[in-house]
Design a protein around this ligand. Structure first.
Ligand code: MG
Length: 297
């Protein structure tokens, strides 16, 4: 039996009236505690995500509709993404590291410290087309034992980092955040949007030479977690009251109303028009839509 609810957008701007897609949001899974980090593996035709407080990752098989455990324990994984070779990249809050899962299932540690100090608890991650990996490192996973292991911050600050694709070296690309969270590149990768959860805003940066950031002015205010862009340049932002959609000029276009607060999202499926949404109460939703997400793999 299909578990679903009616697709309802709060339209805030006339430009958003041409929505086309499923009339119902399908609930792929209920039963997690807090779902996060959805990532679609095209080769395997499955969605993987984190169920953070349960210290596990789950997977939904597109061919059967079945949900099973992908990995447990998961190091209290949070954000996930797929790199250009189709490999899973994960933020492990409990293990305080960013890892890559190889095709044979083994795990390679990509980053776990900076200047010999342990990272706080990597939260969300994106891969650029040059193979560089960009992630945020707020201390949410070490402030208590709910989503990781309580500990003090060794670095003493919550930065945004980049892993160099050639050397593997870690560098700080933004050091003026309080709690950086979700992040996403624009389609041409000339801009990087980063959520500042504590200050209730999304900031927009220019990417210089593929390796550093400049700018960083407020894009829009709001309480957000994960973000993704579509090929129209619109920014989709997970929020406590639904999934917001913004024009690149910062105008709120619409809001997908959801029964629970939204934590993150990703575009998947063979055509990247399958929108997968994770929620703060452990559910996973999906809708097929009439537009596509930015190519990220
Ligand atoms: Mg997050």
């Amino acid at each position: 039996m299909i578990d679903r609810f009616r697709t309802e957008f709060e339209v805030a701007d006339d430009r958003f009236k041409d929505y086309s897609g499923d009339e119902y949001v399908e609930v792929l899974y209920r039963g997690g505690r807090k779902s996060e980090g959805p990532a679609y593996l095209a080769a395997g035709r499955f969605l993987v995500w984190s169920d953070i407080p349960n210290d596990r990752m789950l997977r939904w098989d597109e061919t059967t509709g079945e949900v099973g455990v992908f990995r447990q324990p998961s190091g209290y994984s949070n954000g996930n993404t797929i790199d250009r070779q189709g490999r899973l990249i994960s933020c492990e809050q409990g293990n305080r590291r960013v890892t890559r899962t190889e095709p044979d299932g083994s795990i390679t540690v990509l980053a776990d410290s900076f200047d010999d100090k342990r990272l706080n608890s990597p939260n969300d991650v994106v891969v650029r087309s040059d193979g560089s990996i960009w992630f945020t490192d707020p201390r949410y996973g070490i402030t208590g034992d709910y989503e990781g292991y309580a500990a003090d911050s060794e670095i003493g600050a919550d930065h945004v980092y980049r892993i160099d694709p050639e050397s593997g070296a870690l560098s700080i690309v933004a050091d003026d955040f309080v709690r950086p969270n979700g992040l996403a590149f624009s389609a041409d990768e000339s801009e990087l949007y980063i959520v500042e959860t504590r200050l209730r805003t999304i900031r927009r940066f220019d990417v210089e030479g593929g390796a550093t950031l400049s700018g960083g002015e407020e894009f829009v205010p709001g309480w957000f977690d994960g973000i993704r862009l579509d090929t129209q340049g619109r920014i989709w932002a997970a929020s406590i009251d639904g999934l917001h959609c913004y024009d690149p000029d910062g105008t709120l276009l619409g809001n997908l109303l959801t029964p629970e607060g939204v934590s993150n999202l990703t575009f998947g499926g063979p055509r990247r028009n399958h929108l997968f949404i994770t929620t703060n109460c452990g559910d996973v939703y999906s809708i097929r839509v009439g537009f596509t997400g930015v190519k990220t793999v």
